[in-house]
Design a protein around this ligand. Structure first.
Ligand code: AMP
Ligand code: MG
Length: 312
């Protein structure tokens, strides 16, 4: 491990949810945490370094074409999911990245098992796929609002022990992906109640931000405690060795972005993708082609088929 890799691994360690541990979100994680990075200016420098690192690794991931990375972002409204995606992924080649947002499921989606629509959006090998909300909504919003479960058309005998079963199924699904080369980065942006209130007010005060705010957001805010409980259970039951959760302190946007970028970078470092090596024969073939290309220049440019037209 290089010293840079060591620094990043140490930096993200406090955010990691130890598999098997019982999480009490309100007690165990501080949304305002900023560790040793005290200033936004220093933060910006770190973020820029992180963005560069990500771009370099993504290019190798794409070339190697063996692993894929799935980044999952979960948060309450105004938690900063969109901004994190925008800032962290600025430097990367759009060709190797896909972003999928998940909203209230359509009728077609409800006609399938609950994991179906998420499976359709998984990244391919060489790609980074970002889920803005994810299959975890199936144990979050659906758990907080049981009437949503009514719409899922489940057989009666599948209701017993449903949440425990969903946790198990999600863990198994992620295990399958992980064993087959797809690493999963799970980021929970942990926002405080007070900071959500301030961000909602800003969305109302700033005209260009009005579109981001809906009356439904205020209704959801009333379920704050239920959500904190649902998040705590989700973190306790689905942080696994193959796909651990990271709780990102989200009250300072700049800090959340550095932390999220560092966790993604750490995953890519662990994969350590390499540019494919070109064999001796292939290199010899390339040298031959090179000589041919150079000879063409020596013969002078080929006749321009449009010459007559240009003169006319
Ligand atoms: P937004 O992310 O602000 O565009 O809002 C998307 C909305 O879709 C949120 O209110 C989510 O709670 C809701 N949503 C996402 N996934 C599900 C799901 N599986 N079942 C029900 N509602 C969902
Ligand atoms: Mg919203």
């Amino acid at each position: 491990m290089t010293s840079r890799e060591r620094r990043i691994a140490d930096f993200i360690e406090p955010f990691r949810v130890e598999p098997g541990s019982k999480v009490n979100l309100a007690k165990d994680f501080d949304p305002g945490f900023r560790g040793t990075i005290r200033s936004k200016k220093r933060g910006r420098k770190l973020l820029n370094q992180g963005v560069e690192l990500l771009a370099e690794y993504q290019s190798r991931l794409y070339a190697e074409h063996t692993h894929g990375v799935l980044v999952i972002l979960q948060a309450l409204d105004a938690g900063g999911k969109d901004g994190t995606i925008r800032h962290v992924m600025t430097g990367v080649n759009p060709q190797g990245v896909s972003v999928s947002g998940f909203k209230v499921p359509s009728n077609e989606e409800l006609d399938h098992d609950y994991l179906w629509r998420y499976g359709l959006r998984l990244p391919a090998r060489g790609e980074i796929g970002i889920f803005n909300r994810s299959h975890y909504e199936e144990v979050l919003v659906v758990r907080v609002h049981p009437e949503l479960l009514e719409r899922q058309k489940l057989p009666d005998d599948s209701r017993k022990g449903l949440w425990r079963r969903r946790f198990r199924e999600i863990n198994q699904w992620e295990r399958t992906l992980s064993d087959n080369g797809f690493k999963i980065v799970k980021l929970f942006l942990n926002l405080s109640n007070e900071e959500q209130r301030i961000r909602f007010l800003r969305r109302i005060d700033l005209r260009d931000h009005n579109w981001k705010f809906s009356a439904a957001d205020i209704r959801e805010r009333e379920y704050w405690d239920d959500y904190q409980r649902a998040f705590s259970k989700m973190l306790s039951r689905t942080s696994t060795e193959w796909a651990p959760w990271y709780v990102i302190p989200a009250d300072r946007k700049w800090y959340a972005r550095i932390a999220a970028g560092a966790v993604i970078a750490n995953t890519l470092m662990e994969i350590d993708p390499r540019y494919p090596k070109v064999g001796k024969d292939a290199r010899a073939a390339l040298q031959k082609i090179k000589l041919e290309l150079e000879a063409q220049a020596a013969e002078g440019a080929a006749a321009d088929p449009f010459e007559e037209e240009q003169e006319a």
